[in-house]
Design a protein around this ligand. Structure first.
Ligand SMILES: [Zn+2]
Length: 475
């Protein structure tokens, strides 16, 4: 990394950990409506008691304030409190190429944009890109993101920059490298060295956990895929893969390997590892049965599926088969916002429109998908995803005094249909307040934006995006 980024990194790290010591003694976060994603699902005039990085109690504010009279009280009497949102699919590798290449479906979009950028990403752009995307995530209530970084493997590891960025932000991450040997000349050894470097970085981090990334079945030769399966099963860390995003992908595998990508994963042992499959748009009944019988979780990415004209994930069919489905904002190049509230609302509307049915997906179900069901899709629901004693203190406080939430007839519908990033007042990750009154703590946001401009221009020029990007041709 350059000296400038080192300075930025150091400043962010030291500031980010220096706020709010009150959690040592425990504190209460109160709300008019506490939506737990557990039982009971809603507590009126409720509160959550946080001690350290953990939820100690959940109950009525009257009871908890009587039992713990000296506790600091945060939140407010009109606010709505929810668990932190679980983003089940994203790519920080795309953070510097937003608002570009709108006219392409998946395979052409990969070719003209993602493949062009992939050789030119380095650890510094991974770090700044993670900050840029992660700031947006935190501002929309995301407290944990499942990331797959896609870049060409080289002699110097790139992906540890993601772990550095998450640590600086205080954002939890499940980190993976989207390994591929699809393009001629790619070194499989270097790809596995990238996995190893990311895994090592995550192991020394408090907020990141490693998973084995596989870009797609089509992106790996059969021999590389077999090695990925073996690697995943030897580590027991879990797997993150794209599956059945487009019909073209399925057709390609059917022709070359004589079965669907899902059947190929099942037959070759991938699903023996806890697996999160992104997209799952085009599915036969046999595919759905395989996902269900192997406990594969699914990331539903409505905005990205619409932007790339991929199709509509059959959410009701999947959930009806007891498959856990969470929401994903997907990468900044195919969304292009990193806004969970946008993804949730869009996801509900898309299901209703697709089925021409106003009961296709309720606000209550959507909020569960964004929290506990997303956690379950990632096989993390014993630790995060709901407001219950013993779980991680990952919470969002929505400002009940804002115009959009002034009159709450149903708090679930208020969050899904009315709330935007402006209504996100406070966000807590592992008992640390990361957003306070809508402002990110401990991060020099203008400095991140400045650094990202320099890197994005450099990337656009090096990647030869001249036909797509004004940045590539400006001085
Ligand atoms: Zn993706």
């Amino acid at each position: 990394m350059t000296e400038r980024s080192d300075i930025l990194h150091a400043a962010i790290s030291s500031e980010g950990n220096s706020h709010l010591r009150q959690q040592d003694a425990g504190f209460l976060i109160r709300g008019k409506h506490v939506l737990t994603s557990s039982e009971p699902e809603m507590i009126s005039d409720g509160a959550v008691r946080v001690v350290g990085d953990t939820i100690a109690d959940v109950g009525s504010f009257a009871d908890l304030s009587a039992r713990f009279p000296s506790s600091v009280v945060l939140g407010g009497p009109n606010d709505i409190v929810t668990p932190g949102f679980i983003n089940t699919h994203g790519h920080f590798s795309e953070a510097l190429v937003t608002g570009i290449a709108e006219n392409y479906a998946l395979s052409d979009w990969l070719r003209v944009l993602i493949d062009a950028v992939a050789p030119h990403l380095d650890r510094e752009s991974a770090f700044i890109g993670t900050l840029l995307g992660g700031i947006q995530m935190l501002r929309t209530g995301i407290t944990l993101t499942n990331d797959m970084f896609v870049c060409d493997p080289g002699t110097t590891p790139v992906t540890p920059g993601v772990v550095d960025g998450l640590e600086a932000l205080g954002l939890k991450g499940i980190v993976s490298y989207g390994a591929s040997d699809r393009r001629p000349g790619t070194s499989v050894e270097e790809a596995f060295a990238e996995h190893a470097a990311l895994r090592e970085a995550a192991a020394s981090s408090t907020l990141s956990r490693f998973r084995v990334g596989i870009a797609t079945v089509a992106a790996q030769s059969p021999s590389m895929f077999a090695r990925s399966v073996e690697f995943a099963s030897s580590l027991a860390d879990g797997v993150h893969i794209h599956l059945h995003e487009s019909r073209e992908e399925i057709e390609f595998i059917r022709q070359s390997r004589h079965m669907s990508p899902i059947a190929y994963c099942a037959q070759n042992g991938l699903f023996a590892s806890p697996t999160l499959a992104a997209h799952c748009v085009w599915l036969t009944d046999a595919d759905v049965r395989l996902l269900a019988s192997h406990g594969v979780g699914v990331a539903y990415n409505p905005v990205s599926n619409m932007i790339l004209a991929s199709g509509v994930c059959p959410v009701s069919r999947l959930r009806g088969s007891r498959i856990k489905v969470g929401f994903g904002v997907d990468g900044p190049a195919s969304n292009d916002r990193q806004d969970m509230l946008e993804a949730i609302k869009t996801g509900v509307l898309l299901q209703r429109l697709d089925q021409l049915n106003p009961t296709a997906l309720s606000a209550r179900a959507a909020l569960r998908m964004a929290t506990i069901e997303g956690a379950a899709a990632l096989h993390l629901d014993t630790a995060v995803g709901s407001l219950e004693p013993g779980k991680a203190a990952d919470l969002v406080v929505f400002n009940g005094d804002s115009p959009a939430l002034a009159n709450v007839h149903d708090p679930f519908q208020a969050i899904v249909y009315c709330a935007g990033p402006r209504e996100v007042k406070d966000v807590w990750v592992a008992g640390q307040r990361r957003i306070a009154d809508g402002e990110l703590l401990g991060v020099d946001v203008p400095a991140v934006v400045r650094e990202s401009r320099r890197l994005a221009q450099c990337l656009a020029q090096r990647a030869g995006l001249g036909a797509l990007s004004m940045l590539a041709t400006s001085g």
